[in-house]
Structure formats: C-alpha cells, structure tokens
Design a protein around this ligand. Structure first.
Ligand SMILES: NC(=O)c1ccc[n+]([C@@H]2O[C@H](COP(=O)([O-])OP(=O)(O)OC[C@H]3O[C@@H](n4cnc5c(N)ncnc54)[C@H](OP(=O)(O)O)[C@@H]3O)[C@@H](O)[C@H]2O)c1
Length: 329
C-alpha cells in the first residue's frame, strides 16, 4: 500500500535552531549507521523510517560507509526515498559524510579534496539525490591541511551538491580552526557531530563552549552509548542486541561490571522520573540548549517509540542532576 504520512506529524515534535543558522532540526534525529544495510530486513527498516517521519523526525543521517556492506545504507535509503518519500524531499534534511575507509587506495578515506569530491558524487548516486542537506568531514585528517579539507567542503556547497557543511569527531581546538577557515571561505560551519552521552562526556571539556561561541549547532551521536544506556544489558546480553550481532560495532567487552553498576543506578533514577533509562539518557542531553538534536539509532519501531517519549520530560531537578553526577563520576 502507498505510504501516506501522518498529517499531524509536525505537532508532537520539537524543532530547535541549529546554532545561529536558519535551519531548524528535530530534537530527535535518526541515524542509519546500523540496521539499514544489506544485511538487514527491508520491511523492518522501512517501518522504522515511516514511523520516524510520521512522528516529525525530518533529519536522517548517513555516511558513505554505513552498511554493511559499506554503501548499502545509502542505497537502501535512496530506494525508500523513491518509494515512500519521493514527494517529501523538501521536508527532509539528509546528511552524509566522508572520511572513514570506503574504497581501496590512497583516496578512499581521510580528508583530501580528491577523496571528498569522489565520495560525495558516489553518495549522491547511491541515494539517487541531486544534493544532500548537510555534508560532513567525518573525521579530522592529521596529514591533510585543514584548509584543503574545509576548502573542499566549501566548493561542494558552491557546486550545489550540499546546502550546509559540518564536521564530526573534531576536538575543540581543531573544530575552532575549521570553523574559522569555513567562515573566511563564506560557508559557515552549520554543525558538529561528536560522540556524547552520559557515559562519554569529552565534549564538556571545551568543545561545547567553542560551538556556542561560534554559533555552531551540536548533534551528539550514540546518545544511548549504542544501547548500553537502556535496560537491555542489565540481565546479560540478549541475542538480538547490537553487542551480540556479528555486524554490531558494540563489543561485549565494553559492557563491564562497572558500566552495569552505573546503568543499574541510573535506571533507578529514570524510574523515579517516570521514564525508561533510554528516555532519561536522551532528556539529559536535551536539557542543554547547546545541543540542537540527539542522533539516535533504532533496530525496531518499538525502540524509536520509546525513545521519542523523552520529549515529554526534558527538565531535571537539582537533586536529580546531583544524583546523576554522583553515579557518573
Ligand atoms: N559521526 C560519527 O563518527 C558517528 C559514529 C557513530 C554513529 N554516528 C551516527 O549516530 C547514529 C546513532 O548512533 P547509534 O546507533 O550508536 O546510537 P544509539 O542511540 O546510542 O544506539 C542505538 C542502539 O541502541 C539500541 N536502542 C535504541 N533505542 C533503544 C531503546 N529505546 N531501548 C532499548 N534499546 C535501544 C538499539 O540497539 P540493538 O541493536 O541492541 O537493539 C539501537 O540500534 C548513527 O546511526 C549514525 O548516524 C555517527
């Protein structure tokens, strides 16, 4: 049956301005790193995408290498854009990235102009799109001048292949330099995509201040620490979880007794707040106005629905915050 999006899809979502740009992003965005590749089930990821759009999620995040196999998430997404979302391109913010290993040889990764130009063309072809909304340098390249990487991003925008540019995994100082170069070139940096969650807080040591000072948005990735900030690992490792799957990036070894201890205590605070742990972990990030959107993953519709409920309570009392700090430190 033809997909008809929910006519009330914009009523329950909150949209937050991305830094000082004109672009608003949904408080929750959906990433296609896992669960949308060639190894995954079409009907399942189609349902996840439809539900997301029905619930006001307008932003979908990809990268050249998402799969597995690499590239297959973009291909699958491209097919679904055609089948389900063809008439809605102007309601979507689609991002892609280049920087991690994608094809053999010296141009298949990192941040040279050669690599970025080849990669965006490949991504557009796989997704059957004329342009992406946001194109990222996926990681800083220690061997390529930052001016070259940022210059390539600027040119990609001038050629109409992307509307905005972003950086990901850049530390505070690198980010500040990249933002300054982009500003001089006349293509402001829209957004930074760092790993940030209750269990991974490096951005609080300077990056968030750099972004705020420069009017750049922030979209934390892996806000649930790949599923660890949910109640799923409290009683062992479920066979259908990311930690158990061969194609999953989360290693069993990361789920240590210390982590489980923290999760148990956090889970209790979440219950007292009337939230699941997943909801509290997302709300905790969204309490900071410097965070534009949180970039979640989901392996099934029920997880997406659970996570979306975080929007019902993003306020924390001083006592709750202090208890959480006590657990995290
Ligand atoms: N820029 C970068 O370098 C970079 C790196 C990584 C990710 N990202 C982006 O960030 C996105 C999100 O990353 P992520 O998938 O690691 O995010 P995440 O939200 O931390 O983890 C998502 C996983 O957690 C589990 N989960 C999600 N919601 C749940 C819920 N309500 N209850 C129980 N379990 C739940 C599912 O795993 P199960 O399979 O166990 O069900 C799901 O696949 C990616 O898709 C990608 O777009 C970017």
């Amino acid at each position: 049956m033809n997909y008809q999006p929910d006519p009330e899809r914009y009523e329950r979502m909150t949209y937050r301005r991305c830094g000082k740009s004109g672009l608003k992003l949904p408080a929750i965005s959906l990433g296609l790193w896992h669960n949308f590749g060639g190894v995954d089930v079409f009907e399942n990821y189609r349902e996840i995408l439809r539900t997301a759009f029905d619930r006001g999620i307008t932003h979908f995040d990809l990268a050249n290498n998402y799969g597995p196999p690499p590239g297959s998430a973009e291909e699958n997404f491209g097919q679904l854009i055609k089948k389900d979302f063809g008439g809605y391109r102007d309601e979507l913010i689609i991002s892609s990235k280049a920087g991690y290993l994608m094809w053999p040889g010296p141009y298949g990764e990192w941040g040279s102009k050669k690599s970025l130009f080849a990669s965006i063309d490949q991504s557009l072809k796989r997704m059957q799109l004329d342009y992406v909304d946001i194109f990222y340098s996926h990681r800083p390249d220690p061997d390529t001048p930052l001016e070259e990487t940022m210059g390539a991003l600027d040119l990609i925008v001038r050629q109409g292949k992307a509307l905005y540019v972003g950086i990901s995994n850049y530390k505070a100082e690198e980010a500040e330099r990249a933002i300054a170069i982009l500003k001089d070139l006349g293509t402001p940096c829209l957004i930074h995509q760092p790993k940030y969650s209750m269990l991974e807080r490096w951005v609080e040591g300077g990056l968030l201040d750099v972004l705020e000072r420069n009017g750049v948005g922030c979209i934390p990735f892996s806000p649930l620490a790949q599923g660890m900030l949910t109640d799923k690992y409290l009683k062992g490792i479920p066979t259908d979880s990311r930690a158990a799957r061969a194609s999953g990036y989360l290693q069993e070894g990361q789920i240590t007794p210390e982590v489980i201890q923290k999760i148990k205590k956090l889970n209790e605070i979440a219950s007292e707040r009337g939230q699941t742990l997943a909801q509290m972990a997302l709300s905790w990030l969204l309490k900071d106005p410097r965070v534009t959107s949180v970039l979640i993953g989901a392996s099934r519709v029920s997880q997406l629905e659970d996570s979306l409920k975080c929007l019902e309570n993003t306020e924390f009392s001083e006592v709750e915050l202090a208890s959480i700090e006590g657990i995290l430190w």
